[in-house]
Design a protein around this ligand. Sequence first.
Ligand code: ZN
Length: 272
Amino acid sequence: MPELPEVETIRRQLSEYLPLKIRSVEYSPVVGSILKEREFSPRNKTLLSIDRKGKMLIFNLNDDLHFISHLGMSGGWIISEQKITINHTHFQLSGIGKGSRTLYLAYVDPRRFGNLYFLKRVNAQKRIDALGVDVATKEFTKKYLEQLIERFPNKILKPFLLDQKYFAGIGNYLASEICAHAGILPFRQLSSLNRADATQLIKATKKSLNFALKAQGTTFAGGYRDASGERGEGVKNLVVFYQDCCRLCNKNRVVKTQLGGRGTYHCPKCQQ
Ligand SMILES: [Zn+2]
C-alpha cells in the first residue's frame, strides 16, 4: 500500500512534466467506484502543479480546480508519451506538456480501493484540512509529539502512528520501521514514553522517510509502481518489516504480531 515515500515519489516524477494542457479525457466503465465526486470537467483545463499532504495527492488546475487522489491499496499514476493501455486504467487524460510534447497521464488501480475527487477549491480544502500534520514537514516536531503523548496517554504507539488525523503519511510498513529505528516496542502505551523517546521517534521518522525516498519508494510483491511503472527499491532498507532477522543487530529473530488488526514487526532485543 503506497505510503508517504511512494506518493511523494510519484508527485516528484509527474511534476517534471507540468504544466499540462488537457485536451481529452477518457474514463473506464467502472470509474464510478473510484471517482466519487465530479464538480467540473477537466477537459481544456491546465494541470499546473501537484502537491501532497500525507498520502493524498493534490493536483492543482487553473480556475482553482483540483483533483484529490488517494491511491488506496494498489492505485498509481503513470505518465507516458504513448497512450496508456495497461489493464485497470480507469482515468486517462491526454494533452500537451512541457516542451510541447503530447503526454498521457493515467490513474491505474487493479483493486480499486483508491479514491479520486474533482473538486472546486472549497471542497478540496476541506479534505486537505481533515488530515493532520504531514510527518515530512517541519511541523512534525518533538513538541507536537509530546503534546499528543500528553493528550492520549492510553493509546498504543504503533496503531496510533497510523492515525492520519495526527500523523499524515505514515502507513503500516513505516510505523513498524519507525518503532524499530527509535528502539521502542510497538505495543508501548504512550503514557510510558518519556522525552528521550519522543526525540527518538522524531529522528526515526526522518530516517525511515529518507531511506524510502532515496529508494524511490518501497515495492512489496505485486504492489506499488512509480510514475514510469518501475518498482521502488526501499525493501532493501527495511530493518524489521517483513524481515526474518533484525537488520539493526543482525542477530535476533524478528517477532511478528497483530496490533489493531495489522501485521506488526519488532526486534525483542533492539526495542524496549
Ligand atoms: Zn535487533
